[in-house]
Design a binder for this molecule. Structure first.
Ligand SMILES: C[S@@+](CC[C@H](N)C(=O)[O-])C[C@H]1O[C@@H](n2cnc3c(N)ncnc32)[C@H](O)[C@@H]1O
Length: 188
């Protein structure tokens, strides 16, 4: 009955996003979330999908082509520069980060707090009222604990009058299972 972390992430995005909105996949990887976001906002919407690895961009592009989807902009750049790809007045309905490394790939290329936190900060300023930012936090790999700790410290101090911050986690699982952070914006 309880949704696993990835299902819960998708459920929250589905509850939030409306057709025609702008949305962000901050770590596109193999494109699973990119495809899901593209379906949720429909062809009148727009998805910005970031990844620093050429392989990730290539795989995601292939999957989008196969699905006949062309309202996604793939950006091989760090998500900390997200503001360069959004217009002054553009607002976002939702964004997702999947932290860690690309499955079945180089485990040393990981997301890091020094770029994740600036990206989160920038996206929060662009979220619409009741927009949502979701982070799936994988932290069992080398470097994962540092990012997890810095991120938890950052989200814990967000002003409760401006944001609801949720942590969704199975607390009896072994081997550092991933958990979810969801930040809902309460202001315009
Ligand atoms: C856990 S994987 C993402 C999995 C993906 N959501 C999927 O469905 O396959 C994390 C991804 O973040 C990417 N990444 C690492 N640092 C990044 C950064 N600063 N900006 C954007 N992407 C980054 C990695 O290259 C990797 O592909």
């Amino acid at each position: 009955m309880l949704k696993n972390i990835l299902h819960y992430a998708h459920y929250l995005l589905e509850q939030t996003l409306k057709p025609g909105e702008i949305t962000i996949d901050a770590t596109c990887g193999n494109g699973n979330d990119t495809l899901y976001l593209a379906e949720l906002v429909g062809k009148d919407g727009k998805v910005l999908a970031f990844d620093i690895q050429e392989q990730a961009i290539h795989t995601t592009k292939k999957r989008l082509n196969e699905a006949g989807i062309n309202h996604v902009t793939l950006i091989q750049e760090s998500h900390e520069y997200v503001d360069r790809f959004l217009g002054e007045s553009e607002q976002i309905g939702a964004a997702i980060f999947n932290l860690g490394y690309l499955p079945r790939s180089d485990k040393t290329i990981i997301t890091e707090s020094k770029s994740t936190i600036p990206a989160v900060e920038k996206i929060l300023t662009k979220l619409r009222h009741e927009g949502l930012l979701v982070l799936v936090v994988y932290h069992g790999h080398k470097g994962g604990k540092e990012e997890k700790d810095a991120l938890l410290q950052y989200v814990t101090q967000l002003d409760q009058k401006k944001y609801h911050v949720l942590q969704y986690q199975f607390i009896n699982q072994k081997n550092n299972p991933p958990f979810l952070l969801a930040i809902e914006k309460l202001t315009d």
